[in-house]
Design a protein around this ligand. Structure first.
Ligand code: HH2
Length: 283
């Protein structure tokens, strides 16, 4: 099976139940507001809602297990059955509780939770990060960013498949221990990761550029970079680029416009298939 459903790439909506996330921090800390936002994303066409209780922005303060559970579990319970749910966590206890509350995908920025996914019989996203959120943007450095990140992801993919995880997604981790140049180099070579992931038996590549800091420079009227809420155009442009390169899923804050864009990418891909032929697709 491939990552493509409904004839288009999947759109994962971001729902941060946190006071300090870089874009939507503080907006959905209360359970009811978070659930309302989740349902709005479902109405906008989100294929998955990714619920997170700990910010991973550069320099973010780590959250205790109990607090993270208190934030995410009630929201997952309320949204269960309405949409496919993923949990954005690096903690085993939170991952297991999230699955019990209805999540079927572990979105794991630490790249370590595949044994939990295997034991729970759910999917797993392996994301690459250099360092930790506390220090990752201090001095990101690589000899060959594309080669190093892709090799690491493919190695994790094979390990997870061998451990029995059936649905494995890989993610270059845009902005996680990466400069703007690193991010752009990874996006430029995304098609290579898409192909290698499909060849290795992965479900697909997930890309998360939405509202990230490196996009603030694009479209800014002066020297001052645009703020997170002003990065829609650049977020959409990079999401379309990623989907056109074969990403099977994009993780976004702005669900409605991204769903439209995903539909168009899906149609363009369909139109590219010779009548009676097959894309032999990498997604
Ligand atoms: N980015 C963020 C969080 N989780 N997961 C994956 N797989 N890929 C990403 O690119 C990714 C992610 C950061 O964005 P956000 O959740 O909006 O912010 P914060 O970490 O401050 O809560």
């Amino acid at each position: 099976m491939t990552g493509q459903q409904h004839g288009r790439p999947l759109v994962m909506g971001v729902l941060n139940v946190t006071p300090d996330s870089f874009s939507d921090g503080g907006r959905y800390v209360e359970r009811d507001r978070a659930v309302e936002r989740g349902l709005a994303m479902v109405a906008e066409g989100a294929d998955l809602v990714d619920v997170g209780g700990e910010s991973s922005r550069p320099g973010a303060t780590p959250v205790a297990v109990d607090e993270e559970l208190r934030r995410v579990v009630p929201v997952l319970l309320a949204l269960a059955g309405r949409v496919r749910l993923s949990v954005d966590t690096t903690k085993e206890v939170v991952a297991r509780a999230a699955v019990a509350a209805g999540a079927t995908l572990l979105n794991d920025i630490s790249g370590r939770l595949w044994p939990v996914a295997a034991a729970e019989g759910v999917g797993w996203v392996a994301m690459h990060m250099q360092g930790t959120p506390a220090d990752m943007q201090l001095d990101p450095h690589y000899g060959d960013v594309v080669g190093e990140v892709h090799r690491w992801l493919l190695e994790r993919l094979r390990t997870a498949l061998d451990a029995g995880v059936e649905e494995v997604w890989v993610d270059q981790g845009i902005g996680f221990g990466k400069t703007a140049e690193h991010n752009l180099a990874l996006l430029a070579h995304l098609d290579e990761l898409v192909e290698a992931t499909a060849a290795a038996g992965g479900r697909g590549v997930l890309v998360g550029t939405s509202r990230k800091r490196f996009l603030g420079a694009f479209g800014a009227p002066g020297d001052e970079p645009l703020g997170p809420d002003e990065r829609l155009e650049a977020s959409l442009a990079t999401a379309v680029w990623a989907m056109a390169q074969g990403a099977g899923m994009v993780r976004v804050h702005d669900v409605a416009p991204t769903v439209v864009a995903a539909g168009l990418v899906g149609l363009a891909e369909e139109a590219a298939v010779p009548v009676g032929g097959s894309m032999g697709g990498s997604r």
